[in-house]
Design a protein around this ligand. Sequence first.
Ligand code: HEC
Length: 112
Amino acid sequence: MRRVTISLLTTLGAIVAGDAGAADATGESTYQSSCVACHGADGVGVLPGVPDLTTTDGPLALADELLVKRVADGFQSPGSPMAMPPRGGNPTLSDEDLKAVVDYMRKEFGVR
Ligand code: HEC
């Protein structure tokens, strides 16, 4: 019962905070709030120009520092029909949030 109450409070807290940039944002919550619309629940990308993150030679083969920088600044590869917006379009995301979400992407979609 105690555990149920605690998780309920946590959920309520997250709803009240209502902000992906909150200090307690996890990689997963950031992904779900700011990235999933373009990258999709399974990381293969749902819009033209969004790369498949699940292939061994895809973007997740690149180093963390480069990926975090590109996510922070925004990024468009030559000839791509769409750019990756800076911080996924959510300026409240901190660099720590971006590191956490790149870690999450690696765990969920990257080469295991
Ligand atoms: C509006 C759609 C959109 C949203 C929202 C979005 N992305 Fe992207 N993302 C893209 C597109 C398009 C590209 C490919 C850009 C290109 O190669 O020209 C991309 C590329 C990337 C890449 C690969 C970069 C590389 O070096 O090839 C990573 C990593 C990434 N996004 C992470 C994220 C994260 C993390 C978020 C959420 C904070 C996010 N994206 C939100 C559209 C989006």
